[in-house]
Design a protein around this ligand. Sequence first.
Ligand code: BGN
Length: 280
Amino acid sequence: MCQIILTSFCPFISSHLSGKLSVDENVQTYRDLEEKYSSFFGPESGGHWKPKDCLPQSKVAIIVPYRDRDVHLRLFLNHMHEFLRKQLIEYAIYIIEEVPMIPFNRAILMNIGYKEAIKDNDWDCFVFHDVDLVPEDDRNLYHCPYYPRHMSSNVNTFGYVLPYKEILGGVTAISKEHFEKVNGFSNSYFGWGGEDDDFAERVLLHNLKIIRYPDYISRYFMLAHKKDVPSKQRFNLLESAKKRFKTDGLNSLQYRIESKVYQRLFSWILVSFDYPIKID
Ligand code: BGN
């Protein structure tokens, strides 16, 4: 006798949501965190979770560019796994780390995260996420609407005010289709600043809009850290952004995987890449 199992879609707005959240700033050890979440993640699950009793409506890869922010990562993992599970989506957290001693390039790390994540699963949505930002309201749904969404528009360190209209940094959700269409991020921005403005330009050049949640939902708490030194080259690069987007991005990305480990709470990918001898 054949048995038919009918499973329905998870609700778009989960009944587990509670609205405003507090941020737990107690730094736990990895061992304690793994213990805390052991009933949800197997030892090599790579921080990949999906609801058991319903079919998730979104498959979301959370891509986190990373270097040297161990305390932030632990606070981030603790906050995000709780937050994401309640939304009843399928998701995984990818930590894309750069080897030490080479100049930081946030955008290359996010492009690599995208390329590696699509090898694992048919993700339809990508949330590019700074490790020092955590959402303060769980009505901030991590999925991809038609247009790219700037999620972190109201950050405590900016007085919960949008700094400028085209900002697309911090936390950004974009569908697979649109990320491919805009050729991902530029690979050219070494050091701090500008790569997100370049990305915004790509998005707008492709006739896409940047959308946002209302202010009371898109609130984020930035974990404390020293301010990075802005790069000097970012102004020139931004000036040539329009000319570069077709040839500088996913289609020109080159990198080496130094290590890839599916840990319990995240997929960890250590990478290296070439960089110009002289960077201003
Ligand atoms: C902007 C940076 C962004 C950064 C935001 C918020 C530049 C380009 C210079 C024209 N842009 O100033 O990269 O996300 O601040 O910190 O530096």
